[in-house]
Design a protein around this ligand. Structure first.
Ligand code: BG6
Length: 450
């Protein structure tokens, strides 16, 4: 079978940093496909390769990486694309085309239209199959997401549509389900009878200036909250699925999303130097802090505190599940530490369970200690990158790591009130936590874990 990935956004940041390395690794593992990168930043393949692909990339990848100058604004842009594809599918018995859209959401509608235009006029006497991959955020808001989906469904069957959230390709995410559903001791404590609160912290040190064009249209809510954070919440709080098939998992995730109460506590800010070199004012939120709750039978009453954003002093990504501390009351000892599960994603992948154990040579005094699992120490440092997992699943036709349209719709519904434009936005100095994040903790009487 001949298989080709047609890469829309082929000269973008995502393609360069994540997708091309993932394609190269997968080819090395024996996956057989070629890549046709589309873009208008370079007029020819030589320039494209010089600017986009490192010298370290293996020869076998470079041989299979083609480039086509493609200006979406040109009404004839699809002609050379169709010719290229026809040249590939000529003389083949079986062909698979994978259209991969890594574009700004504002270009999606036109890209889908152009893909349909190309696709409907391909001439092939072969067995031709197709897939379409759409990067997050899927849509710009609820209405546009539904509109894109309707357009997509005119040319593709839902099983051919892969809506990407690369967090589902991350090892820690999949481990959350294993931790929860393969351990009886966890099962009995994972609900509002034992859990007091949950924190999700995603602090990044980098800013957005290299991706300003993309990020300016998006902001933190569409960039990470509508997708990565909502997916993490579903994995943390969903009931056990009937099986681990994508359909059964999606049913449980949708239940969680539908049970999220309207969010009332939400603040945003942007870092001071955002867009400083762009020559125009950029007032896109780059940091957010919020509280939400999942009103299911098992999680109602457990506040989930979230903070996420750019230009912080340390890269810290973690989930902290804090358990109730009734022992302090029962033992009349306020020094007893709390129990918690800490899932750290950055700087390294670890899962800690904190427990209190006796401090030697004391009389019944305990000290919090941590039981740690370290992914790299246990399984080796070569855990595949999330994008490698995602692309592998697409090639294999396995939809287990892709959010369903219902999940995406529900997530947009939840974040819609956060997208109001007249919201107050704090301007925070780089490398500092915005004031509202500190105040949110104070108001709710908790301390951020990191
Ligand atoms: C991307 C966002 O989806 O996720 C980025 O667009 C963010 O802004 C990134 O930095 C975080 O992903 P990771 O894999 O680096 O944790």
């Amino acid at each position: 079978m001949k298989r080709m990935v047609i890469q829309f956004g082929g000269t973008g940041d995502l393609a360069q940093k994540k997708l091309y390395p993932a394609y190269a690794h997968l080819m090395e593992q024996g996956f057989d496909f070629t890549v046709l990168a589309l873009g208008r930043r370079f007029s020819n393949r030589k320039e494209f390769l010089a600017a986009m692909v490192s010298d370290q990339m293996p020869e076998f990848f470079l041989e299979r990486l083609q480039y086509l100058y493609y200006d979406m604004a040109d009404p004839h842009a699809t002609d050379p694309l169709r010719e290229k594809i026809n040249a590939i599918i000529d003389n083949s018995d079986e062909v698979e085309l994978i259209y991969y859209m890594a574009l700004q959401p504002s270009l999606y509608e036109e890209a889908i239209r152009q893909i349909q235009d190309v696709d409907s006029q391909l001439s092939c006497n072969c067995n031709l199959s197709k897939k379409i991959v759409v990067e997050k955020p899927f849509g710009f808001d609820l209405e546009s997401a539904q509109r894109y989906n309707t357009i997509l469904l005119k040319a593709f069957d839902d099983r051919e549509i892969y809506r990407v959230d690369h967090y589902l390709g991350k090892e820690f995410m999949q481990n959350l389900l294993i931790l929860r559903f393969h351990n009886d001791i966890i099962r009995s404590i994972w609900d509002n009878r034992s859990i007091e609160s949950i924190q999700i912290i995603f602090d990044e040190t980098h800013g957005v200036d290299q991706r300003l064009g993309f990020y300016e249209q998006i902001g933190v809510v569409r960039d990470t909250i509508q997708n990565h954070i909502m997916q993490i919440i579903t994995y943390l709080t969903m009931n056990e699925p009937a099986t681990l098939t994508p359909e059964d998992i999606a049913v449980e995730k949708v239940k969680v999303l539908r049970s999220i109460a309207p969010i009332t506590e939400f603040h945003t800010g942007r870092y001071e130097s955002l867009g400083a070199n762009s020559g125009h004012v950029v007032s896109t939120p780059t940091y957010a802090a919020l509280t939400l709750s999942v009103n299911t039978y098992y999680f109602a009453g457990v506040p989930i505190y979230i903070r996420t954003g750019k230009m912080q002093s340390d890269a810290k990504s973690l989930i902290y599940v804090k358990f109730r501390n009734t022992t302090q009351q029962v033992m009349h000892d306020t020094s007893i530490g709390e129990n918690g599960v800490i899932i750290t994603i950055h700087p390294e992948l670890t899962i800690d369970i904190s427990m209190n154990l006796k401090e030697p040579d004391t009389s019944w005094k305990s000290k919090p200690v941590r039981f740690r699992f370290n992914q790299a120490e246990t399984f080796g440092a070569n855990t595949p990158e999330a994008y490698e997992q995602i692309v592998k699943k697409i090639l294999q036709g396995d939809k287990s790591l892709f959010p369903s349209m219902r999940e995406i719709t529900e997530s947009w519904r939840i974040v819609t009130p956060m997208l109001e434009e007249d919201r107050h936005m704090e301007v925070y100095p780089v490398r500092t936590l915005p004031r509202f994040a500190t105040e949110l903790a104070k108001k709710n009487a908790f301390t951020w874990f990191a």
